[in-house]
Design a protein around this ligand. Structure first.
Ligand code: NAI
Length: 697
C-alpha cells in the first residue's frame, strides 16, 4: 500500500506513503481513491483529511510514468482530483514540507487546505518542458490570483506557504500553522464537518483588472526569455484560459497543451536531463549505502586560477579551507582574487555582507604542510607538470593523517601515476573542476585503478554538497569531456581547411544552441594552451592529423583575447570578436599550400561534423568503460560545455536524429578526401546499436 487509511473520531485520515516524496503513481492514486470511497461509505465519518507521510505532502506525479499507459490508468490524476472534489463530505488537505506539481493539484481539488509554515509550494512542470496538466493552471489562478499564479507556473519555482498566505484575497490556504499540521487539519475538519455547500476552487473566478494588457505584456516577457523552449508560453496561454474560459473549457485546453508539449523534443530533452542528473550520482559497483568519510576540513594546494575557485565552493558550503602555496605573494594574490569574486557578488546583491564575512572567516592560508595534515580532504591544483605533482603527492603522503582523501585537479595527467607516488593509492581520486571553478556546475570525479569505493562515494556526495553535477570518469587522456572536445576541435580545423571562415563555423554551431563556437571559445581559453597539447600529441600520437591553421595562427603570436588577437581581432577592453582580414588571408594561403579549392559548406554539415565527432568519441568512451552510461556523457556536455539543454546532450541528440542516420552521415564524411577518414570509422558500439535497431538510451 502506498497510502494508509485511519479514522480519528469523525475524521478519516488518508496518508500518502510512497517514499521518498509520495509521488503519485498509479498504486498511490488507487490507494487514495480507495480511502475516499471508504470514507464516503462510512456513516460515522463526517470529514476527510489527506496528508503525506515522511518528508513531503507530495512531490507530485510519478514522472517515470510520463508518456506511458500507467499515467492514464484509472484513476488518473485528473479523475482522482475530480473524485476528491465531488466527495459529498468535506476534504481537507494537510500540507507540509513539500507540496508540488500533482501534489498541489490534488490539494487544489480538496475543499480546504491547512498548511504548515515552511512548506514549499510549486508547480514545477515547466522545468520538464510541460505544463501542470491536472487542473493546476485553472485552479491555482482561481485560488491565488492571476499574477502570482502565472509567476509560479511559468518559472516553476517553489514559494514558501507563508509567503503565499500573504497574497491579498488568497483562498489557497484556510489556515497556516507553525507545527503539527495533521492535528490542526483534523481539528479544522471537525469544525467544518457540517458546513454546506462545500467550497470548490473551480467555482471561484480568476479575475484581473486588465487581463488583455497584462497577458500581452507577459507574453512579450516570457517569449523573450523562453527562446528555445515552447512550454513557458503554453503555460501562459493556459493561465489566460483560466480568466477567459469556462472551467471545463479551460481544463480541456490545458489537457491539449499538456499532450502537445509531451511530444516536443524540448520536453523529451529536459526529462532526459532530469533522469540523467539522478543517474549520474550512481556508480554501478558502489552501493548507495557505502559508508562515507567525514569531510569537515579541506585543504587546497595552489592558489592559482583553479585553486581559488575550488576553495570558494567549500567556503560557500560552510566547510573550512586552508590554502597552501610555495610563496606568500602567491597566497596573497589568490586570496585577493577570492575577495574580488565575493565582492562582485555583494555588489550585485547576490551575497549579503555578513555571509561574505562568514565565508572569509572559514578561509586560512599557509606555506607549511604541517598546517594541513589534519584535513579530511586535500585537493591539489598546482602546475600541470608530472614532476610538480610528484613532489606534492610525495609530501602529502608523508604528512596527511591516515584516511585523508588525496585529490588531484589534473586535467590531462595520468591519475594512476599520480596515485603511485603515494603509499595509499586507494585514497587518491581525481576531482576535475572546470574553470571558473566556483561557477561551473560540472565536476568529473576521476576513478583511478585503486581508488577505494568509500572514497568515490564520499566524492560523489561532496559534489552534491557543493552543488555540482558529479560525473564519474575512468582514467584516460582528457577524461570524458576534454577527450571528446578534442575531436570537435579537430573537425573545426578541417572545416577551415576546406573553405569555412571561423565566424561561419561559430555562427552555425551557435545557431544550433552552443553559447560560443569553437573559435570564439579558443580565443577565450588561449591558443597557446591547445598549441602545447598539439605539440605533445605530435610526439605521443604522430598518426593523429590536425589542421595546421591553428599552429600558423599561434606562430603569429595570436593567442586569442589575452593577446588582443586570435581567430578574431579584439579591441582593447572589449570582448567582441571581430572577423580578421589577417586570418582570412592566412587561411587562403594555407589552403593554397594544401592545394585545396575552397568549397561552400552548409551550416548543416558544420553542425553535424562537430556534433557527430563528439558522439563517435563518446561511443568509444562507453565501450572502454571510461564513461559509465550515455546519459553521463550528456550531463558532462550540458553542464560543462554549453551543449544546448533543449537538445538533451550529444547522445540524446544522436538518438533523436536516429543512430542509423548518424552512422550514414559518418560514412559520408569519411569519403571526403580532405577530412580524416579514420576519425569517422564508426565506433563498434555505434555499429552494434544500429544493427540491433537500438539507441543510446
Ligand atoms: P595556475 O598556474 O593558475 O595555478 C597554479 C598555482 O600552483 C600557482 O599559484 C603556483 O604558485 C602554485 N604551485 C605550483 N607549484 C606548487 C607547489 N609545489 N606547491 C604549492 N603550490 C604550487 O594553474 P591553474 O590553471 O589553476 O591549474 C592548476 C591545475 O588545475 C592544473 O593541474 C591544471 O591542469 C588543472 N586545471 C586547470 C583548468 C583551467 O582552466 N585553468 C581547468 C581544469 C583543471
Amino acid at each position: 500500500m502506498t497510502a494508509h487509511y485511519e479514522v480519528r473520531g469523525p475524521v478519516a485520515v488518508i496518508t500518502l506513503d510512497n517514499p521518498p516524496v509520495n509521488g503519485m503513481g498509479i498504486v498511490t492514486r488507487k490507494a487514495i481513491a480507495d480511502g475516499v470511497s471508504k470514507a464516503e461509505a462510512d456513516a460515522a465519518v463526517k470529514a476527510l483529511v489527506i496528508t503525506g507521510a515522511g518528508k513531503a505532502f507530495s512531490g507530485g506525479a510519478d514522472i517515470k510514468e510520463f508518456g506511458s499507459p500507467r499515467a492514464l490508468a484509472e484513476p488518473n490524476l485528473l479523475s482522482l482530483i475530480l473524485m476528491v472534489e465531488n466527495c459529498s463530505k468535506p476534504v481537507v488537505a494537510a500540507l507540509h514540507t513539500v507540496c508540488m506539481g500533482g501534489g498541489l493539484e490534488l490539494a487544489l481539488g480538496c475543499h480546504y487546505r491547512v498548511a504548515q509554515k515552511g512548506t514549499k509550494i510549486a508547480l514545477p512542470e515547466v522545468k520538464l518542458g510541460l505544463l501542470p496538466g491536472a487542473g493546476g493552471t485553472q485552479r491555482l489562478p482561481r485560488a491565488l490570483g492571476v499574477e502570482p499564479s502565472l509567476n509560479m507556473i511559468v518559472s516553476g519555482e517553489a514559494v514558501l506557504a507563508e509567503m503565499l498566505a500573504m497574497v491579498p484575497g488568497q483562498k489557497l490556504f484556510d489556515q497556516l500553522v507553525d507545527a503539527d499540521v495533521l492535528g490542526a487539519a483534523v481539528a479544522f475538519a471537525e469544525g467544518i464537518a457540517d458546513k454546506r455547500p462545500l467550497p470548490k476552487v473551480r467555482d471561484l473566478k480568476a479575475l484581473h483588472d486588465s487581463p488583455d494588457a497584462y497577458f500581452q505584456f507577459a507574453r512579450n516577457m516570457v517569449g523573450a526569455q523562453a527562446k528555445n523552449f515552447p512550454a513557458p508560453l503554453r503555460c501562459l496561454e493556459a493561465v489566460a484560459g483560466a480568466v477567459t474560459l469556462k472551467f471545463e473549457d479551460g481544463i480541456r485546453a490545458e489537457r491539449a497543451g499538456f499532450a502537445e508539449l509531451m511530444m516536443t523534443p524540448e520536453s523529451k530533452a529536459l526529462r532526459h536531463a532530469f533522469f540523467a542528473e539522478r543517474a549520474a550520482g550512481k556508480i554501478a559497483d558502489v552501493p548507495e549505502d557505502t559508508p562515507q568519510r567525514n569531510i569537515a576540513q579541506v585543504a587546497v594546494i595552489g592558489a592559482g586560477t583553479m585553486g581559488g575557485g575550488i576553495a570558494m565552493n567549500f567556503l560557500n558550503a560552510g566547510i573550512p579551507v586552508t590554502i597552501l602555496e610555495m610563496k606568500a605573494e602567491a597566497l596573497e594574490r589568490g586570496v585577493a582574487t577570492i575577495r574580488k569574486n565575493y565582492e562582485a557578488q555583494v555588489k550585485k546583491g547576490k551575497l549579503k555582507e555578513d555571509k561574505y564575512a562568514a565565508r572569509m572567516a572559514l578561509l586560512s592560508t599557509t606555506l607549511d604542510y604541517a598546517d594541513i595534515s589534519n584535513a579530511d580532504l586535500v585537493i591539489e591544483a598546482v602546475f600541470e607538470e608530472m614532476g610538480v605533482k610528484q613532489a606534492v603527492f610525495t609530501r602529502l603522503d608523508e604528512v596527511m593523517k591516515p584516511g585523508a582523501i588525496l585529490a588531484s585537479n589534473t586535467s590531462t595527467l595520468d591519475l594512476d601515476r599520480i596515485a603511485a607516488f603515494t603509499q595509499r593509492p586507494q585514497d587518491v581520486v581525481g576531482l576535475h573542476f572546470f574553470s571558473p571553478a566556483n561557477v561551473m556546475k560540472l565536476l568529473e570525479v576521476v576513478r583511478g585503478k585503486a581508488t577505494a569505493k568509500d572514497v568515490l562515494a564520499t566524492a560523489m556526495a561532496l559534489g552534491k554538497k557543493i552543488k555540482k553535477t558529479a560525473v564519474v570518469s575512468g582514467v584516460c587522456d582528457g577524461f570524458i569531456g576534454n577527450r571528446m572536445i578534442e575531436q570537435y576541435f579537430r573537425q573545426a580545423g578541417f572545416l577551415l581547411d576546406e573553405g569555412c571562415s571561423p565566424e561561419q563555423v561559430d555562427k552555425a554551431i551557435e545557431a544550433f544552441g552552443f553559447p560560443m563556437g569553437p573559435f570564439r571559445m579558443g580565443d577565450l581559453a588561449g591558443g597557446d594552451i591547445s598549441w602545447a597539447i598539439r605539440k605533445r600529441r605530435a610526439v605521443e600520437r604522430p598518426e593523429l592529423r590536425y589542421s595546421k591553421s591553428a599552429d600558423l595562427l599561434c606562430e603569429l603570436g595570436r593567442f586569442g583575447q589575452k593577446t588582443g588577437a586570435g581567430w578574431y581581432d579584439y579591441v582593447a577592453g572589449k570582448r567582441d570578436a571581430i572577423p580578421s582580414p589577417v586570418v582570412t588571408e592566412l587561411l587562403a594561403k594555407h589552403r593554397a599550400t594544401l592545394g585545396y579549392e575552397a568549397r561552400k559548406i552548409s551550416d548543416d554539415e558544420i553542425v553535424h561534423r562537430l556534433v557527430y565527432a563528439l558522439v563517435n568519441e563518446a561511443a568509444k568512451l562507453l565501450e572502454e568503460g571510461i564513461a559509465q552510461r550515455a546519459s553521463d556523457v550528456d550531463m558532462v556536455y550540458l553542464t560543462g560545455y554549453g551543449f544546448p539543454l533543449w537538445r538533451g546532450g550529444p547522445m540524446c541528440y544522436a538518438d533523436t536524429v536516429g543512430l542509423f542516420n548518424v552512422v550514414q552521415a559518418m560514412k559520408r564524411f569519411a569519403r571526403n578526401p580532405h577530412d580524416d577518414a579514420a576519425m569517422w570509422e564508426p565506433a563498434p558500439l555505434l555499429v552494434r546499436l544500429v544493427a540491433e535497431g537500438k539507441s543510446f538510451s
